[in-house]
Design a binder for this molecule. Structure first.
Ligand SMILES: Cc1cc2nc3c(=O)[nH]c(=O)nc-3n(C[C@H](O)[C@H](O)[C@H](O)COP(=O)(O)OP(=O)(O)OC[C@H]3O[C@@H](n4cnc5c(N)ncnc54)[C@H](O)[C@@H]3O)c2cc1C
Length: 454
């Protein structure tokens, strides 16, 4: 049901507010931060109107398809800060870590039993999309979802956009109205007294230990703000020139924090604007990625078809790929060989090693990584599935609208036809010689061997 309360807020059921309630519940499913968060601001406003305090609930579960030590460590890193920040803001805060399938899985419902309303994050993908489709009918109180992922509310772009050039003018027109800090709302009734008691856990652990925490990325808001600070100090002024040179380390590396909601794109954009003004920098290249490209991905996730199938592609791309799907592959690898970085190409293997070890690949390398999986897979659909599997399982910023949209970009989404060639048809092609011309391939491979990228 699409019952819009505002451009950012939708009410997803028609249940009445609980009259004798103890609090308004904000469920931080995606946006695991207590600042620059439209969802939390809406929860506080609602609580203030009802004369209630706010309880923030943040959870972690072994039950999602890619629950592993890497992603769970990243989220756990953020919990102490969120707890402390909640206390400063006068909010109640509970965190529940369901590490085993034997542990209770109804904490949201237990907390909602004493809430007037539930407010949570609107997010067009992964677990939040599933929960936001199923929970509202069962929760028995109003269930609001709030878009705090995009700067221009997703609701304002009513159709699936064809490409960056179609969404850019719309975003540009709407940006001035929306590029403002989230109005901080103070609680009228601070949380006092004890927090709700959470059910005991069994002590068992069903979280996959075979994907280890990233040695490069600590999670959490503090780490996110530090990375933003470092980027402003060092990367931003070099971004336009060097963002396609992986050994230059000129990009922000904020995508994992954006994905887990430890920081908002809004606050990054505002900080970048301010820094650029102060230092007389011109930064459209960075804002193009952060706003236009990222919000194009959210638009596709919300309005587009299922991204796990090539049928999600524009017609020209589907047609050209169908024509070349059976073309002979001179080199062919299985998913296992890709996963273990066992190809003949040292550059490709280096990027895959980064994904396995650190949970990230540089943006320019990701294009090459994806294009080569297309070239070396038995079929286009198999290539798509391999890319999705590797991102879902290993990428700190995976399982995101940006993941599936950009993987499909490798197959022609949001791109244009190029010269026809085997296997690729008219979708864009990349090769090693091009990478060697445009980037420092040897320096990159050596840095991977010595671990100096860490
Ligand atoms: C095959 C493939 C898979 C990808 N998978 C992901 C993914 O799982 N998660 C993810 O966030 N990005 C993904 N991208 C897009 C892009 O590579 C990353 O967003 C970027 O490399 C993240 O690094 P950064 O934060 O240093 O980016 P910066 O260059 O510093 O950019 C800042 C922010 O802008 C956004 N951004 C940058 N490039 C793009 C882009 N092409 N499209 C949309 N938004 C962009 C990201 O949110 C990024 O954090 C993928 C790209 C390809 C080609």
């Amino acid at each position: 049901m699409l019952n819009y309360v505002s451009d950012r807020v939708r009410l997803l059921n028609q249940a009445p507010a609980r009259a004798a309630a103890d609090y308004v519940l904000y469920w931080a499913q995606i946006n695991r931060r207590l600042d620059s968060n439209h969802g939390l601001a809406f929860a506080i406003q609602t609580a203030n109107q009802l004369g209630l305090p706010v309880l923030v609930y943040e959870g972690l579960t072994c039950a999602h398809p890619w629950a592993n030590d890497r992603f769970h460590r990243f989220i756990l890193d953020g919990v102490p800060h969120n707890g402390a920040r909640a206390a400063e803001l006068g909010l109640g805060y509970v965190f529940y870590n369901r590490r085993s399938k034997r542990d209770p899985n109804d904490v949201l419902y237990r907390l909602a039993a004493n809430a007037a309303v539930v407010v949570t994050d609107d997010f067009p993908g992964y677990m939040a999309q599933t929960y936001n489709a199923s929970v509202p009918a069962k929760i028995g109180i109003p269930y609001y979802v709030v878009d705090s992922s995009c700067i221009v509310p997703m609701a304002l772009l009513a159709k699936q956009e064809y490409a960056a050039y179609t969404i850019r003018p719309k975003i540009t027109r709407l940006l001035e109205e929306h590029l403002h800090p989230v109005e901080p709302v103070s609680v009228k009734r601070p949380w006092t007294g004890p927090l709700p008691e959470l059910p005991a856990t069994s002590g068992a652990n069903d979280v996959d230990p075979t994907v280890a925490p990233s040695p490069k990325f600590r999670g959490g808001r503090k780490a996110a703000l530090q990375r933003l600070h470092d980027f402003l100090e060092d990367g931003l002024r070099r971004y336009a020139r060097d963002n396609r040179e992986p050994t230059a380390h000129a990009t922000s590396q904020l995508s994992p924090y954006l994905h887990f909601g430890h920081i908002s794109s809004l606050e990054i954009a505002l900080a970048v604007h301010e820094h650029a003004k102060e230092h007389k920098l011109i930064v459209p290249e960075f804002l193009e990625q952060l706003i236009v490209r990222r919000e194009l991905a959210f638009n596709f996730a919300l309005r587009g078809p299922n991204p796990h199938k090539l049928a999600a592609l524009p017609e020209w791309a589907q047609a050209t790929l169908a024509k070349h799907d059976k073309d002979k592959r001179e080199t062919r690898y299985t998913r296992d060989q890709f996963e273990q970085a066992r190809t003949h190409d040292a550059l490709w293997n280096g990027t895959q090693h980064e994904l396995l070890r650190d949970g990230i690949i540089h943006g320019y390398h990701r294009m090459y990584w994806g294009k080569k999986i297309i070239e070396w897979s038995a079929s286009h659909q198999e290539a798509l599935e391999t890319m999705i599997y590797l991102h879902d399982r290993y990428a700190l910023d995976g399982r995101d609208p940006n993941t599936y949209t950009n993987i499909l970009w490798c197959f022609g989404l949001h791109d244009r036809p190029w010269t026809e060639r085997p296997i690729f048809g008219m979708i864009r092609y990349m090769n090693l010689a091009g990478m060697q011309r445009k980037t420092k391939v040897q320096a990159y491979i050596e840095s991977q061997l010595t671990g100096s990228l860490l």
